[in-house]
Ligand binder design. Structure first.
Ligand SMILES: Nc1nc2c(ncn2[C@@H]2O[C@H](COP(=O)(O)OP(=O)(O)OP(=O)(O)O)[C@@H](O)[C@H]2O)c(=O)[nH]1
Length: 628
């Protein structure tokens, strides 16, 4: 808000001889001092144009030097702004008051007295607007001119000015011969506006301005019967750039991404950064769907080029979701959601690609939202249950351990496997609650079966990488075991190799804490990921679980079996025990036993079963239990 229309400025300034003007140079109020000096009452001036209040002074002659009568006008104008200008069009003379010049750091001797001298220090991007607005006023198309533009100060910086003025004299043919006006420094307001609307890292429009633009483009397309495309872009694996090269390099990459995306679109299109590594593009005046595809592909190609970041080279890619107005939706909110959903489809399909929004995506999204709501209630409604699958010692054939597996007994859909809901639990953060519940339940069963069999009976639980990510949600499982009075190796935790490779300190610390508490660690699905032996040593892992793809359906002498045998030998050399998953036939069991594998798990022995059934299995294989 400028002083001219700031109500508080009116009351604060009553002691000074000031006149308060609105944007169109109408008098809002005046200070008592101002009125007293001119023998005017408030009623004489309030709500009237400045040029009506001072008709005699406004534009009496062409002279660029204000004569005595005009001083009122100048005083009044100067009180309303930081500077007063007067343009004698016939005399080609543009006068800017001392106060106005001082605002920009220039004195009387600097910058000439012609309009072009001032236009020369006007920002090139704003010159045309200044000219066009002034011309409109001169031609009488608008009663007052009001333009925001940038001017270069003496120190080289740019200031945002608001210039308002009017034609105060015309010749007999109606040509404007003289204009006067005021100039305000609005840099501070512009800066506030800029901060509210632009992203400070990339200078692109931020979420705020993006929403605004999308709404405007949709309105304009509605009026003109045009199509708008909205692209949602999320960089792939950008976190790795931050983790490996540092946050500054990540920032640099984001800035470069902004430039690359900008270079793929036209000036009238909008590129915005919503935050993090998320960008959006609004494409207008579309010719065809193929046109959108071309631009999306261009953006993907641009992002896939290597980034040179302070002597280091980085690679990322982008996943893009696209939605069209009006085909997919007419509401901007809806369009953003559509594009976001389509972007997730690109991510899940392998990244570095684009997908258009489809109705079935919307249905899937609804399905996810519904499932998420139901999942939140699963624990309180006691719908979660543990099943157990035996782990058999191959040499003796006895059930040596059990793996706890989570099941969701969905009231309508029946029993759901972890693959159908764990990703949702990870996304919603419910995984922390679920993980703790599983550990506690499984510990209780371990305790019971240890008492029942008379020997320590270890139960393993699966832990998701997400459970290790937040230090503030540390897994206090070791403490829980002591409270239960359970032995240190009553429980083991199965993690995937990815957890070992996670560079975050939280993950490493939590894993080592767990090891310190005596909980054993097994690596699940071994052989399918990075399979680095060095990491196994670093975290003092106890068990390797060979992925079932190396066992189930494999032929004797096949490469898969050779890999499995090699893993067994290497693991033993490192002092690790090996569990083979997916054992389905006696032939596979015999081969594994021959290869020196310690334990086996699979349908040959038993499917995962509820705890009561598991207990029966135990009694079949354990003399202590069967003897009771
Ligand atoms: N350098 C930098 N990093 C940021 C900024 N804002 C967010 N981030 C990081 O950007 C990363 C965004 O990660 P995600 O999009 O979740 O993950 P991603 O690694 O890109 O993985 P996918 O999207 O699944 O392919 C997080 O690690 C944030 O910490 C920023 O302004 N500068």
């Amino acid at each position: 808000m400028t002083p001219a229309n700031d109500e508080s400025a009116v009351s604060d300034a009553h002691s000074k001889p000031q006149l308060i003007l609105s944007e169109d140079l109408t008098v809002v109020d005046a200070t008592d001092a101002f009125l007293a000096a001119r023998s005017l009452s408030r009623d004489d001036i309030a709500g009237r144009s400045i040029f009506d209040v001072f008709p005699d002074e406004a534009g009496k002659n062409h002279s660029s030097v204000p004569h005595a009568g005009e001083e009122h006008l100048h005083l009044a104008l100067e009180a309303a702004g930081d500077g007063v200008w007067e343009w004698d069009i016939l005399g080609n003379r543009f006068d800017f008051s001392t106060r106005g010049r001082a605002m920009l750091g220039y004195d009387e001797s600097e910058i000439g007295n012609r309009l072009d001298n001032w236009l020369a220090i006007t920002h090139p991007d704003d010159q045309e607007r200044v000219r066009a607005n002034t011309m409109a006023c001169m031609k009488g198309r608008i009663p007052f001119v009001s333009t925001e533009y940038r001017v270069r100060c003496k120190d080289g910086s740019w200031k945002w000015l608001l210039s308002r003025g009017a034609v105060v004299q015309r010749d007999e043919k109606g040509w404007a011969t003289r204009m006067v006006g005021t100039t305000l420094d609005i840099s501070a307001e512009q800066e506030t506006l800029r901060r509210a609307n632009f992203d400070s890292l990339t200078s692109l429009p931020n979420r705020n301005l993006f929403r605004d633009r999308l709404e405007k483009e949709v309105q304009s397309a509605r009026r003109n019967g045009k199509t708008v495309a909205l692209l949602f872009i999320d960089l792939d694996r950008f976190k790795e750039v931050n983790d490996l090269l540092g946050h500054d390099a990540g920032d640099k990459l984001l800035r470069e991404c902004a430039n690359r995306i900008l270079s793929c679109v036209r000036a009238a299109d909008t590129v915005a950064r919503l935050g993090g590594d998320e960008f959006t593009v609004i494409l207008i005046d579309l010719e065809s769907r193929a046109h959108v595809e071309d631009i999306a592909q261009k953006i993907l190609d641009a992002l896939a080029r290597p980034f040179e970041l302070s002597q280091q080279r980085a690679h990322v890619s982008g996943s893009i979701g696209i939605t069209l107005y009006p085909d997919d939706g007419i509401d901007p909110e809806r369009l953003v959601r559509n594009a976001d959903q389509a972007m997730y489809v690109s991510k899940n399909a392998g990244r570095n690609q684009f997908h258009f929004f489809t109705r079935s995506m919307q249905e899937q999204a609804w399905h996810r939202i519904t499932m998420m709501g139901e999942l939140r209630n699963a624990l309180p409604r006691k719908e979660l249950q543990l099943y157990f699958q035996p782990v058999v010692e191959l040499a003796s054939g006895r059930v040596a351990k059990g793996e706890a597996l989570l099941r969701w007994m969905h009231p309508q859909k029946g029993m759901l496997l972890p693959s159908e809901f764990i990703a949702l639990a990870e996304e919603s953060g419910l995984i922390h609650e679920f993980g703790n519940w599983v550990f506690m339940q499984a510990s209780a069963w371990s305790k019971r079966w240890t008492e029942l069999t008379g020997t320590l009976f270890q139960v393993s639980v699966n832990a998701s990488p997400v459970q290790f990510m937040q230090r503030k949600r540390a897994l206090h499982w070791g403490r829980y075991l002591s409270e239960l009075g359970l032995a240190w190796n009553s429980m083991s935790v199965e993690i995937t190799e990815g957890v070992l490779f996670n560079t975050s300190s939280s993950t490493a610390e939590q894993l080592l804490d767990m090891r310190d508490a005596g909980i054993q660690v097994a690596i699940d699905d071994f052989g399918t990921g990075y399979s680095s032996m060095a990491y196994l040593k670093r975290f003092d892992v106890d068990y390797l679980k060979i992925d079932q793809s190396f066992v189930r359906g494999t032929a004797p002498n096949s490469t898969r079996r050779t890999i499995a045998e090699t893993i067994i030998v290497m693991a033993h050399k490192l002092g690790l025990k090996v569990i083979a998953e997916g054992v389905e036939t006696p032939e596979q069991r015999d081969w594994l036993q021959h290869a020196g594998c310690d334990f086996g798990q699979g349908y040959l022995f038993s499917q995962p079963v509820p705890p009561e059934e598991f207990e029966q299995l135990l009694s079949l294989h354990s003399p202590a239990v069967s003897g009771r």
